[in-house]
Design a binder for this molecule. Structure first.
Ligand code: PGA
Length: 256
């Protein structure tokens, strides 16, 4: 829907809790070489980024600076500073050159009891520090099978709109990640994804024209092109397949 030339196409790797210094150095170095300064892709420019565990932000900065690949984190505190043991603020992520932070991933919603209100607060904290939040939304298998997908997603999104307002939502990236497709090898079909993305774009109202809507859930080199070809899909959030350049690079190129 709308003019997709207004929207940035992006492929973002979500490393989750994976990595170690030596292996990361090889992967980040290979990413930087695969995507040097120039825009990725001969067709549409694609922004490539990786969201790494907090301890590796400095390593990502050191190895990706000067390349076309940007970096970020996978969670952020809703607070800006102070007595919050174990938390990491948005300003700390920008201190290490981060551009993005994932908020509201289903693994955090499910295993760390994160509510949509907290997720919206984290997105606000990220924006205030100059980070782009990647807000994750998605339904469980049971919700899909009981025809609740649109209601669940509309509920998750509406809290963000209430807390942030359309102007700030327009500066976010939104990732639709059906919980049943994450890490299962079972991706949503291109038609299922397009249907949810078109729904989301309508619900985004005035922000819909600029928000990039990513799909995440078992994206692989073999299915990326057909998913990214859908009119309301502006790229992907990639988990398992972002851990090897041989898997990640063709996914990034399929978005161009
Ligand atoms: P997956 O994970 O690509 O391994 O399914 C995606 C995500 O959780 O962001």
């Amino acid at each position: 829907m709308g003019d997709d030339a207004l929207r940035t196409r992006r492929v973002v790797g979500n490393w989750k809790m994976n990595g170690a210094l030596a292996g990361n150095a090889a992967l980040l170095g290979a990413c930087a070489s695969a995507f040097p300064e120039s825009a990725v892709g001969a067709g549409r420019a694609v922004e490539v980024a990786v969201c790494v565990p907090f301890p590796y932000l400095a390593q990502a900065r050191d190895l990706l600076s000067g390349s076309a690949v940007r970096w970020g984190a996978q969670d952020v505190s809703v607070h800006s500073s102070g007595a919050h043991t174990g938390e990491v603020s948005a300003a700390m992520i920008t201190d290490f050159g981060g551009s993005f932070v994932i908020v509201g991933h289903s693994e955090r919603r499910a295993h760390h009891s994160e509510t949509s209100a907290l997720v919206a607060g984290k997105a606000a904290a990220a924006l205030a520090a100059g980070l782009t939040p990647i807000i994750c939304l998605g339904e469980t298998l049971e919700e899909r099978e009981t025809d609740m997908t649109e209601a669940v997603i509309a509920g998750q999104l509406s809290v963000c709109i209430e807390v942030l307002g359309y102007d700030h939502v327009a500066q976010c990236v939104i990732a639709y990640e059906p919980v049943w497709a994450i890490g299962t090898g079972r991706n949503a079909t291109p038609d299922q994804v397009q249907s949810v993305h078109a729904f989301l774009r309508r619900r985004l109202g005035p922000a819909g024209a600029s928000v990039s809507l990513l799909y995440g859930g078992s994206v692989k080199a073999s299915n990326a092109a057909e998913l990214f070809a859908m009119p309301d899909v502006d790229g992907g959030l990639i988990g398992g397949a972002s851990l090897k350049l041989a898997d990640f690079e063709p996914i990034c190129r399929a978005c161009a």
